[in-house]
Design a binder for this molecule. Sequence first.
Ligand code: NAD
Length: 321
Amino acid sequence: MLIVPESKIAGLMTREAAFDAVEKVFAAMAAGDAYNFPVVREAIGHEDALYGFKGGFDRAGLTLGLKAGGYWPNNLEKRDLINHQSTVFLFDPDTGKAKAMVGGNLLTALRTAAASSVSIKHLARDDAKVLGMVGAGHQATFQLRAALEQRDFEKVIGWNYHPEMLPNIEKVANEAGLPFEAVDLPGLTEADVVISITSAFSPSVMADHISAGTHIACMGTDTKGKQEVEAALLTRATVFTDEVAQSVTIGEAQHAIGEGLIREEDVFQLGAVINGTHPGRTSADQITLFDGTGVGLQDLAVAASVVDLAVEQGIAIEVDF
Ligand code: NAD
């Protein structure tokens, strides 16, 4: 069995490799070649932790396994460890033997950023110039870095519930040589692409904060009850997702579905656009919305990719297991 420790991931994994892995697995999901197993998520009654498993099998990429981990809210204060902890386990689909154990913390941020980035590649207008960020926490910096690679953006604008956090994303924009401007929520109408990545339980982005022709990637809502955008926005947009079953239950679409504004059949897989079986954006004034809920197959795809890189570079630790 191969081990790739968390400490080695930053030096191995690239945004390009994460993008390719996620784009391929979304395509495989839409083609029916890959599927996610039901998610297990438990409050374990110890350290206030939420622990669970996200697994799946990709028959095209021959990737089988699971990500185990969750959220330990006391880690940082008590133990100087980050609160989100996860590990990916890969298995040989021919034999069931354990194949690899891979640190999953940084990979989670990279695969989440890759998902919105894939959505921008396939759904945003080619002439998009202004990128709008809603959120300025840990994930937001990864999201912004990856998104900037997809179009010739000229400016980044941003709003955050906690304005004192905005310098986190201003720094990333400036590093990429772009100006940053803090805006109020109506100011988002200037954006051609918007990414929302917050932990909000009530909407900040209203339907009239998004202009015709915009692509919005809603990345923060991954649990029942969370919500970043007004449900009415989904009636103005063509809605895409990583996985429809998650989108309508734990993603942003849960609210529009719950309020009877859209139906499950109105939510399309991004992978279908990648495969060319859905036309995606068909006009310059269409609003496209990607509901990125986060699936186990994304974790497995980036983990398999980093294992290949670790083997190539002689960094993977081999143990007889
Ligand atoms: P973080 O704690 O570092 O940042 C939280 C962000 O949400 C900050 O910008 C904060 O200002 C904002 N926020 C907090 N309360 C708010 C409110 N009431 N209204 C509006 N904004 C508010 O968290 P993070 O690690 O950046 O994660 C952000 C979100 O992304 C979380 O909800 C997390 O569960 C989700 N996430 C999704 C995926 C996925 O695959 N879709 C993957 C990882 C994380």
